[in-house]
Design a protein around this ligand. Structure first.
Ligand code: DX5
Ligand code: ZN
Length: 220
């Protein structure tokens, strides 16, 4: 089972003054994906990076860029993030007036589509779109900041989504994001998540030993 688990380190906890080197280090340390948190100071109360930074990082690694858009309205930026080199583009249903249209916009760019649920967002927001998407991103903290405490109540929602996906025989990834650490990672996997995002645990535990931290999250 654990060999099917993918680890997607969030560069939100990286040293932004040497972001390129941090991405190269994550690849060497065994990261499967690179999780890139995009925030607009409007959909969430924080600001991070835009497509120009992703474009500059793109030549440094072949790893999948797992781009988590916390921006609203999202549609007008999809082409920019696709052109910059995103591989998976994930949006929040609350950030668009037409979820189907946003899914199509991403697919038209030949990118994988993810939809993200905030801790209090209900499954019904995305249920009807499961057969059209590649990934569900379950937020286990309120989006906006790294280093927050994991909200165990989202595990039930994770289980329910995994059950729906399996019942419909779909191959949709379930990714969990926020407060993932060495203790709760096994609970997230047991609930049905097959991709784990982690920022602070990967960059800060064991004096920042990226390889060791990725391995523990993968195998615990
Ligand atoms: C929060 C972001 C997460 C966050 C994860 O809005 O979506 O990706 O950076 O960081 P940790 O692992 O520190 O909670
Ligand atoms: Zn994220």
């Amino acid at each position: 089972m654990s060999s099917l688990i993918k680890i997607s380190p969030s560069i939100l906890s990286a040293d932004f003054s040497k972001l390129g080197n941090e991405v190269i280090s994550l690849e060497k340390a065994g990261a499967d994906y690179i999780h890139i948190d995009v925030m607009d100071g409007h959909f969430v109360p924080n600001l991070t990076i835009g497509p120009e930074v992703i474009k500059k990082l793109r030549p440094l690694t072949k790893k999948t860029f797992d781009v988590h858009l916390m921006i609203s309205p999202v549609d007008n930026f999809i082409k920019d993030f696709a052109d910059a080199g995103s591989d998976i583009i994930t949006f929040h249903p609350e950030a668009t007036s037409d979820v189907s249209k946003t899914i199509k916009l991403i697919k038209n760019q030949n990118k994988k589509v993810g939809i993200s649920l905030k801790p209090k967002s209900e499954i019904k927001l995305i249920k009807d779109y499961l057969s059209e998407i590649d990934l569900v991103l379950i937020m286990s903290v309120e989006p906006g900041f790294g280093g927050q405490k994991f909200m165990p109540e989202v595990l039930e929602k994770t289980k329910a989504i995994r059950k729906l996906i399996n019942e419909k025989k779909l191959s949709v990834d379930v990714e969990i994001d926020g407060g993932i650490n060495f203790e709760n990672c096994s609970k997230a996997k047991d609930a049905g998540a097959n991709i784990l995002v982690s920022g602070s645990t990967i960059f800060k535990e064991n004096k920042g030993d990226l390889k060791k931290n990725i391995e523990i999250l993968r195998n615990n």
